[in-house]
Design a protein around this ligand. Structure first.
Ligand SMILES: [Cu+2]
Length: 249
């Protein structure tokens, strides 16, 4: 026999199999990773706005969660999630505001005052208010997790004086205590315990660093619709591509 020939042909087969496997893996990555994100972002943009994200960190710079900002016909939907186990913000209600500067270094005071281009007073219940950056409290669970969604039409991502993506940026800040929604200038909400600079995002992709577990996304209508359409497209496209690849093999 000719063992060398046999070995060569075995290697040939293996290489061919690996190539096919690699192709399939790349196909799956596109189908389940890139496509849904692209489709979701496309629909969100078509709905009339952009997207932004903020990676939320504690005062020591440890990631504790993330927030997304999606502009739609009725304003900006803000989703924020805090990871279970984080203890920068303890259980209970905490004031949340958009602050006027996109800066968290050397400490969270660098973010400046509340985003307030109209010169109003603080508080959603203040007759002379509110600041454009005033938001409802976030409620943290016993395990440190939190899932927050709110809608505001006082800020935009797209331009004008109410844009939180203005030249000096903006920062989402969570405070140590709850916001009384009345006392100027910050509702007696105490120190700044969690912050994240708000950054424009074309894809709505997670800003969570590699290796960190992605946080669960809470489903508002602005998120659900693109997700559902994305899933349908994936099933249709995925079926077609997989059938083609199976035929090739
Ligand atoms: Cu604040």
């Amino acid at each position: 026999m000719f063992p060398s020939v046999n070995r060569a042909s075995t290697e040939y087969v293996r290489t061919r199999e690996e190539k096919i496997l690699r192709k399939r893996r790349a196909g799956l990555l596109v189908l389940f990773g890139v496509l849904p994100l692209t489709i979701g972002a496309g629909i969100a943009l078509a709905q009339g706005g952009g997207m932004a994200t903020a990676q939320l960190e504690d005062a020591d710079g440890n990631p504790v969660g993330e927030a997304t900002f999606t502009e739609g016909p009725n304003g900006i939907t803000i989703n924020a999630n805090l990871q279970p186990g984080q203890d920068a913000a303890g259980p209970g209600a905490h004031g949340v505001h958009i602050h006027e500067t996109g800066e968290t270094s050397p400490d969270f005071e660098a973010a400046g005052e509340h985003f307030n281009p109209s010169g109003a007073q603080h508080g959603l219940e203040n007759p002379e208010g509110p600041h454009a950056g005033d938001l409802e409290d976030i409620v943290v669970n016993e395990d440190g997790s939190a899932s927050y969604q709110t809608l505001t039409n006082r800020v935009t991502l797209s331009g004008g004086e109410n844009s939180i993506l203005d030249s000096d940026g903006s920062t989402l800040i969570i405070h140590a205590g709850s916001d009384d929604q009345e006392t100027d200038p910050s509702g007696e909400s105490g120190g700044r315990v969690i912050a994240g600079v708000i950054r424009a995002s074309q894809t709505g992709e997670s800003t969570t660093p590699a290796g960190k577990k992605d946080l669960p996304k809470s489903g508002g209508t602005n998120v659900l619709l693109p997700a559902a359409l994305g899933a349908i497209s994936v099933v249709i496209l995925g079926g077609g591509v997989l059938i083609r690849q199976l035929r090739r093999t």
